[in-house]
Design a protein. Structure first.
Length: 146
């Protein structure tokens, strides 16, 4: 996986994680690093698009509330985050985690923690998918003889 794809992966995992999960991840890495807020957590809305049938024509589904944050660590690493909802603390913690993960040194425990979070999220998606599949109903048309 390229460096960009790897970063996109961990940012997606952090975006789906809860504040508590990110907080626990950072606590395992030690004390919260000194950082500067370049963009304090701010909340806005984004337009969410859908596709008819999952692959058809695009349409505007509606708006979603998103909080974003940008931080810079003392090391100079910058971290970014976008999180659904209004949780400014989650956005700040995710941005700090993003900045720490970009470090080549000392990021091993964080990377393992993110991999564990990704596995948990994947398992939860699979459980939900199996549950939905179990309730699937196939409709068919019966043609009477003629």
């Amino acid at each position: 996986m390229t460096e960009t794809a790897t970063r996109q992966h961990w940012m997606a995992v952090l975006a789906r994680a809860t504040q508590g999960e990110i907080d626990a991840l950072l606590q395992q890495a030690g004390p919260l690093p000194t950082h500067e807020l370049l963009k304090a957590p701010e909340t806005g809305t984004v337009m969410v698009e859908g596709r008819a049938g999952g692959a058809g024509r695009r349409f505007n589904l509606g708006e979603a509330t998103v909080t974003r944050c940008v931080v810079r660590l003392d090391s100079g690493a910058m971290g970014f985050s976008y999180a659904l909802g209004r949780d400014g603390r989650k956005a700040r913690l995710a941005a700090i985690t993003d900045a720490l993960l970009q470090s080549e040194t000392d990021a091993g425990p964080l990377r393992r923690g993110v991999a564990l979070l990704a596995a948990r999220q994947r398992a939860a998606r699979e459980r939900a998918s199996r549950k939905a599949a179990a309730t699937k109903v196939d409709f068919f048309t019966l043609v009477r003889g003629g």
